[in-house]
Design a binder for this molecule. Structure first.
Ligand SMILES: *Cc1c(COP(=O)(O)O)cnc(C)c1O
Length: 402
């Protein structure tokens, strides 16, 4: 790195999140490109046999092969680490690859996970179906019940895994309190920060050891690429990195480049998503066909004060119950014309979904009941369209069941 590049890097120490989102991690090539370069190459050449040997032995820093390092991916990793306030980060091919890599890098047969029962459905499948085969067991708990958290720990507990706010009911978990409890039991506290992103919440400040992301959602922000990331202290990242390099769920350079562009507008988008979700939640709360609204931005939400304390904004996802059951919920969804009927979220395009028969369809009736996934529940991930048009779209839906 040139002296000037080093000086530019040092100038970012202590910079604000908006500056980091645009600037952190960038190293310009000799071409002097302004936008981050896309290094679309699987491998790298050496000047001499001596240099090749030094690179392979790790004696000399530098690129060897893109499963190990790629400059575009590295820029994304450094930028995300800076934004999360983490020492280091490693990118992965998807959010699930990030979660798997944490487990494979840090757990062994006989270890135990304590997991919030309100996590992404595929995370539950990964833990219960696949990790269980290799002798790693999981206990799921109600994320806001601290008695349940306390009771779930065993002498083998190595990892605690949560998402906050939860999907789809926006339960808010006290990060500092759970971090303290986890550390008392000598376990690692892992937070899936996909819903807030570092623009709204930096869990490391509240004691989290590792952050995982699905960059597929808000970090891309425009529904184009799959990707993920793990952030945390170097000694833990090294273990995760070791697995990724050996197993290969590496992020593609192209996707990293797309995410770098996404990060530049992340905070602005998250603020816009949050403002529109707030307006829509307040409006839904007033509608006679609506029985209940779940959004931490509403003062009536039990997690409101906690969210206000540990988040910069309340995020873009809300859920609501209509009066009636599945038939009424489906009718509302089917009458919308602007929102996309899809389970994805974190997109400029607003999405609407019926959790009980899609994202949470795998749960049996009992599990749905305890998790609050009722038949009349609808989830909306609010995008960036005009709020008046989104209200009109839901009003059309609601009028169908008036
Ligand atoms: C989508 C999602 C994931 C999985 O990410 P992929 O990129 O789809 O693999 C994990 N956690 C949360 C909270 C998600 O929303």
């Amino acid at each position: 790195m040139s002296d000037l590049q080093e000086l530019r890097k040092q100038a970012l120490i202590g910079a604000g999140i908006d500056t980091l989102a645009v600037r952190a991690g960038q190293v310009r090539s000799a071409e002097g490109e302004h936008s981050e370069a896309l290094y679309l190459t699987s491998s790298f050449v050496f000047d001499s046999a001596e240099q090749a040997a030094a690179r392979f032995s790790g004696e000399q820093q530098g690129n060897v092969y893109s499963r190990y390092t790629n400059p575009t991916v590295r820029t994304f990793e450094e930028r995300m680490a800076a934004m999360e306030g983490a020492e280091s980060a490693v990118a992965t091919a998807s959010g699930m690859a990030a979660i798997l890599s944490v487990c494979m890098g840090l757990l062994k047969s006989g270890d135990h996970i304590v997991c919030s029962r309100s996590v992404f459905g595929t995370t539950t499948v990964l833990f219960t179906k696949y990790l269980a085969r290799f002798g790693v067991s999981t206990t799921f708990v109600d994320p806001i019940d601290f008695v349940a958290w306390e009771q779930a720990f065993t002498s083998s507990t190595r990892l605690v895994f949560v998402e906050t706010p939860s999907n789809p009911l926006c339960d808010v978990i006290d990060l500092q309190r759970l971090a303290d409890l986890t550390h008392k039991h000598d376990a690692l506290f892992v937070v899936d920060n996909c819903f807030c992103t570092p623009a709204l919440q930096q869990p490391i400040k509240f004691g989290a050891d590792l952050i995982v992301h699905s960059a597929t959602k808000y970090i891309d922000g425009q529904g184009r690429c799959l990707g993920g990331l793990v952030a945390g202290p170097q000694h833990l990242i090294n273990e995760v990195l070791g697995f990724i390099r050996s197993a290969g769920p590496t992020l593609s350079a192209f996707n990293a480049w797309v995410f770098l562009k996404g990060l530049e507008t992340l905070r602005l988008r998250m603020d816009a998503h949050s403002a529109s979700a707030q307006a829509l939640a307040e409006w839904l709360y007033e509608q006679p066909q609506v029985e209940k609204v779940y959004y931490a931005g509403l003062p009536s939400h039990p997690g409101h004060a906690l969210a206000a304390q540990q988040q910069r904004g309340f995020g873009g996802v809300l859920s609501f119950c209509v009066k009636g059951g599945r038939e009424q919920a489906w009718r509302v969804i089917n009458e919308t014309r602007i929102m996309s009927l899809t389970a994805n979220l974190g997109d400029a395009k607003t999405t609407i979904v019926h959790p009980a028969t899609t994202t949470h369809g795998r749960l049996d009736d009992e599990q749905k009941l305890t998790a609050g996934i009722t038949e009349n529940l609808i989830r909306v991930a609010v995008g960036l369209e005009d709020i008046a048009d989104l209200k009109a779209d839901l009003a059309r839906g609601l009028s169908a069941i008036a």
